[in-house]
Design a protein around this ligand. Structure first.
Ligand SMILES: Cc1cc2nc3c(=O)[nH]c(=O)nc-3n(C[C@H](O)[C@H](O)[C@H](O)COP(=O)(O)OP(=O)(O)OC[C@H]3O[C@@H](n4cnc5c(N)ncnc54)[C@H](O)[C@@H]3O)c2cc1C
Length: 407
């Protein structure tokens, strides 16, 4: 059996591992568009600070699981003929295919955005390019466009290099999906404590370049000058090469609960997938490492003949230390719809927000004190009706032991 995987990120690697665990004889080929492989993508901001930082996987899955890896780009796929065209050649006769091409940065349609000194941050190469630009003489200020988690990680890394950093976020607050207004205020304060300037409610209207100096113009009329700019305006599923393949797409590659597409034997996993948001039931794309690992693992298992199902993904699931403040957020943080009940616990050094629908927890935000956050995340993932334990959850006293006793 020949399994072909396009994309050597966490989704592709988890799938390869899951296949190998079930099929010792299988031929597994990964086509990876990147030279550096495989590595922890969320860690690449470290390379901006230290070009030698180790971001490689702890164990080497390529050797450990006997994977053939081709550092090449797939340019076209024919699912009926079982053929993949590569930038240099082709692969024919695969039995099962996994699409794990991930996401690519969104580039806003702003004049000057593709000029010199303007970067995105998605790959090891991107991070090293940003580092090289930051090392150039006279480059002391940086602008980061976008206040999501990639933008904030980039800003912290650049400020860690001693640069003056400004984040420009067009919405009214940073980390709009992960935090509520109060949470954003706390984290913004911590970023300000590191010297990072944050401009919210401002969109970039134009970027101009003049002898190595870059001017970022805002629609509010302001101008911020910089030696380099990082664009972190979101990620979109990388589906271009599949548009004429007959594989159904929406925002991403559409899959069913077994992660199979409409084309038999063709699966998809990771950031490229469009699947159900487990809380709202709406089609959603994820953009999260944990979801990419899980979908890869499930898709690989199913490709190798197992039967595993995914109900949906959590739209928000992040645990991070941001500028020295631990934060965990999961599920629906700032509900727009009726029918939710919100409980807030705001005291020095600790902020918590819990969002319930009836006695089912649908969202949790913990900042500062993240003890027991794992219990709450599991409640959200498993949609456990809390009954009499809801009050304990609200007061923050809920622990694993309560489920052992009650259940
Ligand atoms: C700076 C940064 C920080 C992040 N921090 C977090 C975090 O804190 N928490 C979190 O949950 N997530 C975080 N993420 C997101 C997380 O990294 C992604 O959700 C995850 O990497 C998705 O994995 P994937 O395997 O689906 O796709 P990817 O990791 O994008 O891998 C896809 C691979 O496929 C390759 N590819 C694409 N097209 C082709 C082709 N045609 N031929 C061959 N190869 C191809 C790409 O080059 C890439 O190597 C972060 C991401 C970045 C960039």
């Amino acid at each position: 059996m020949h399994y072909l995987i396009i994309g050597g990120g966490i989704a592709g690697m988890s799938a390869a591992k899951a296949v190998r665990q079930r099929d010792r004889q299988a031929e597994i080929t990964i086509i990876s568009g990147e030279k550096a492989c495989p590595y922890y993508r969320p860690m690449i901001p470290l390379l901006i600070e230290d070009g030698d930082a180790d971001v490689a996987y702890v164990d080497d899955p390529v050797n450990k699981y006997g994977i053939n890896i081709l550092h090449d780009r797939a340019v076209h796929v024919d699912v009926h003929e079982r053929e993949a065209g590569l930038a240099s050649g082709k692969i024919s006769g695969f039995d099962k295919l996994l699409i794990a091409t991930g996401g690519r940065p969104v580039i806003p349609g702003v004049r000057g955005i593709s000029g010199p000194g303007v970067f995105t941050l998605r790959t090891v190469d991107d991070a090293l390019r940003i580092r090289a630009a930051a090392l150039q003489e006279g480059v002391r200020e940086a602008v980061v466009i976008g206040g999501g988690f990639v933008g904030i990680k980039a800003a912290l890394a650049l400020s860690g290099r001693g640069m003056d950093v400004t984040i420009i976020e067009q919405l009214g607050r940073i980390l709009p999906r992960m935090l509520d207004a109060r949470g954003a205020q706390i984290i913004s304060g911590a970023l300000a404590g590191r010297g990072i300037r944050i401009l919210t409610g401002s969109a970039v209207s134009e970027i101009t370049h003049d002898s190595g100096r870059i001017a970022v113009r805002l629609d509010s009329g302001g101008i911020t000058e910089a030696g380099l700019v990082v664009v972190a305006a979101g990620v979109t599923p990388d589906i271009d090469i599949f548009r004429d393949s007959g594989i159904r797409t929406g925002r991403g590659i559409r899959v069913g609960g077994m992660l199979e597409t409409n084309a038999p034997g063709v699966y998809a996993a990771g950031d490229v997938v469009e699947f159900r948001d487990m809380l709202t039931g709406r089609p959603s794309v994820s953009g999260l490492w944990t979801n990419a690992e899980e979908t890869g693992r499930i898709a690989g298992a199913n490709m190798a003949g197992d039967v595993m199902k995914l109900e949906g993904f959590l739209p928000v699931m992040n645990a991070a230390d941001i500028a020295g403040i631990p934060a965990v957020s999961a599920g629906i943080i700032d509900p727009l719809e009726e029918g939710h009940e919100t409980f807030i616990d705001d005291r020095p050094g600790r902020y918590r927000r819990l969002v319930f629908r009836g006695d089912v927890l649908e969202g949790a935000l913990f900042i500062g004190d993240v003890r027991n956050a794992g219990v709450y995340v599991n409640l959200i993932r498993n949609r456990i009706p809390l009954g009499g334990l809801k009050e304990k959850a609200v007061t923050g006293d809920l622990q694993y032991i309560h489920f052992l006793i009650s259940g």
